[in-house]
Design a protein. Structure first.
Length: 308
């Protein structure tokens, strides 16, 4: 087991270490395996395989860390010291690291602007009966989660995972809201004129967009899966559940699912209406063509009858 992942039997009285944890959504996914292979000699990897992947960026205690997930987020852990030089150095370390891993980020876009910030305090002074204090933007942990000043890697992973899930969920919530905005003018036209005034091709493209979001959320990234570690390590499940509750992950996911269901059903209905209108137009055209054929075929005989 890595030295950073070990914990002492008892916390050190009066000890306290604070971190700023900044989580960014950077792309559709990150190839963790290739990053491990490429930078094996450049960084210290505190765990091997799986998601999230924890990387130590500095040797200085208590250290700076990057936490990467397969579904496209990077979380940066920076010690809070109050020194301006440390803040500048941390910002440069983040920028340099993101530049290094850019080739391994799938479909990276500059327009993504989904970030989250937490303040995490590892303290020996919290009461034993209440060793965990979680709010939306702060976490305080007691129990023996520190080895000297170094946080336990499993708690780094767990604390990083929920904001990462939230950041990915932010992205899909934004995408679904865009789809809803695109749908409104179509519905307004249908209400005002009785016609959707949209091509079937465009409707099918929008339906495909919805299905891609559903596939990413439910199938590809398993967005709300609870990490396996919650079943193996004491305290992790409680920490995950408290954080998940603070970020409203389950209610937000349920709302997102309902919106996607509404979009799919509405677009299918509009597609059906568009197909019906198109079929009706084709039927009218066929009738008109038949009528014209009759007129052209029998008009000469009719004129002859009138002449006689």
């Amino acid at each position: 087991m890595d030295e950073a992942s070990k914990v002492p039997k008892e916390p050190i009285p009066g000890s306290e270490t604070k971190f700023k944890v900044e989580t960014r959504y950077v792309g559709e996914g990150i190839n963790l395996k290739e990053i491990q292979e490429k930078f094996a000699m450049d960084f210290v990897f505190l765990n091997q395989g799986g998601s999230p992947l924890v990387i130590r960026l500095s040797k200085k205690e208590p250290g700076e860390y990057a936490v990467l997930t397969k579904f496209g987020t990077v979380g940066f852990w920076s010690p809070i010291s109050g020194e301006v030089d440390d803040v500048v150095a941390a910002a440069k370390a983040k920028s340099d690291f993101l530049s290094l891993i850019t080739p391994y980020i799938q479909n990276k876009k500059e327009s993504y602007d989904f970030t989250d910030t937490l303040e995490v305090t590892f303290s020996a002074d919290l009461p034993e009966k209440n060793p965990l204090d979680v709010t939306f933007d702060t976490i305080r942990l007691r129990e023996p989660f520190l080895k000297k000043e170094v946080p336990n890697v499993e708690f780094i992973k767990m604390i990083s995972y929920v904001p990462a899930q939230s950041g990915a969920l932010d992205r899909y919530e934004s995408e679904v809201e865009d789809l809803l905005r695109d749908l409104r003018p179509i519905l307004e036209n249908l209400h005002a004129s009785g016609r959707p005034r949209v091509s079937q091709k465009k409707l099918l493209q929008q339906i495909a967009g919805i299905l891609l979001v559903q596939d990413d959320v439910v199938g590809t990234i398993a967005l709300l899966d609870k990490p396996d570690e919650t079943w193996d390590i004491k305290g992790l499940e409680l920490l995950y559940d408290k954080l998940s509750n603070e970020y409203d992950l389950n209610p937000r996911f349920d709302t997102l699912s309902k919106k996607m269901g509404f979009l799919t059903e509405t677009h299918n209905t509009l597609s059906s209406v568009t197909s019906t209108i198109k079929s009706y137009k084709v039927e009218i055209l066929i009738v008109v063509l038949i009528a014209l054929e009759i007129i052209f075929n029998y008009a000469p005989n009719i004129f002859k009858l009138f002449r006689h």
